[in-house]
Write a protein that binds this ligand. Structure first.
Ligand code: TYM
Length: 332
């Protein structure tokens, strides 16, 4: 039986945090064994907000090295840079003609991003930022994707992708597979350490919001010790105590212990102890990734060859879909 196709992407934004790691990357690593998986570094998405060109190049290499260090195996799952395959931009244009302005105006991420003070200061909201979900739909639909593993913040975008696929199929005949979204239950939404009401985010105003995979032990300790909790005492998994719940969830994900085991371990102990042990656990678990990363990042030509071979493998799939789409809509 043919394996199901998985497609997912991640932006080369410089900071890859434990939200990305648990919400997406750990799912990808698991799925690459049982699925026909394709993963993309989505640089065309990254440029929807202003980027320093030099840093963007550097961040693309850094992300490649991080993904490999986390266990993505390019022999099992091609890894490629989105902008290398021009079909992504071409299909975006075509899908733009069936997506509506109202649909894009309803996208929560867009609404939040234009409110974010970082972008407000630049006073620049690009058409690309508005159109970002259509590019994402093109990414997914080009590869006849069955399953899209993402964190919860991307759910609305994948739903729009499904809507566009169905609309296109209705108008022009069966062309696109309608993909399913896959969220990793407990890790779909890791919250900000400094504000557990909002998701952990690399565009957060303070670096105390997130733990980056590349953070030093000192940074990790400082950020966890400063993480927001409440004035309660008992250490329990209680979703209403959002700060504590988020820290316990991070502990659970890194330790792979059950909630019962964790509650017993910290019974009668205070938040200070929990934070200290959590910081130590994160440092210990990120260390092997950081060691691998340091080695990989020094060999750019190796990274280049992985990315080129990934693009070579996926290009024919994308071209075939695009050709079919063009023919269906009457482009000669
Ligand atoms: P990006 O680069 O913002 O994030 C990469 C992945 O990390 C997940 N994620 C989180 N998961 C749990 N908790 C969090 N706090 C958290 N923050 C981020 C995201 O949901 C995502 O899965 N538009 C996408 C990239 C993309 C894509 C695609 C994904 C482009 N084309 C096609 C799937 C299919 C993005 O910007 O992700």
């Amino acid at each position: 039986m043919n394996k199901k196709r998985v497609f997912s992407g991640i932006q080369p934004s410089g900071i890859i945090h434990i939200g990305n790691y648990f919400g997406a990357i750990t799912q990808w690593v698991k799925m690459q064994d049982d699925f026909d998986a394709i993963f993309s570094i989505v640089d065309l998405h990254a440029i929807t907000v202003p980027q320093d060109p030099k840093k963007l190049k550097e961040n693309t290499y850094k992300l490649t090295a991080i993904l490999l260090a986390c266990g993505i195996d390019p022999k099992k799952a091609p890894l490629f840079i989105q902008s290398r395959i021009s079909a992504h931009a071409e299909l975006t244009w075509i899908l733009n003609t069936i997506a509506t302005i109202g649909e894009l105006e309803r996208m929560t991420q867009y609404k939040e991003k234009i409110q974010n003070s970082k972008f407000k200061i630049q006073n620049f909201s690009s058409v690309g930022l508005f159109d970002y979900p259509v590019l994402m739909a093109a990414d997914i639909l080009l590869y006849n994707t069955d399953v899209v593993p993402v964190g919860e913040d991307q759910k609305q975008h994948v739903e729009l992708c499904r809507t566009l696929a169905k609309r296109f199929n209705n108008r022009f005949g069966q062309t696109f597979k309608v993909p399913q979204i896959q969220l990793r239950k407990e890790a779909a939404r890791i919250m900000g350490l400094d504000n557990p009401k909002k998701k952990m985010s690399k565009s957060a105003e303070s670096s105390y919001n997130y733990i980056a995979l590349a953070d030093s032990p000192d940074d990790i300790k400082r950020k966890i010790m400063k993480a927001q909790t409440d004035s309660g005492k008992e250490i329990k998994f209680d979703e209403n105590r959002q700060g504590l719940y988020n820290l316990l969830m991070i502990y659970k994900l890194f330790s792979e212990k059950t909630e019962d085991e964790i509650e017993k371990k910290f019974s009668g102990r205070g938040y200070g102890d929990l934070k200290k042990e959590l910081a130590e656990l994160i440092i210990e678990k990120l260390k092997p990734i950081q060691i691998k990363y340091q080695k990989l990042i020094t060999d750019k030509s190796h990274l280049d060859s992985i990315l080129s071979s990934g693009a070579d493998k996926v290009c024919p799939i994308a071209q075939k879909t695009l050709k079919d789409v063009k023919s269906k809509i009457g482009l000669i």
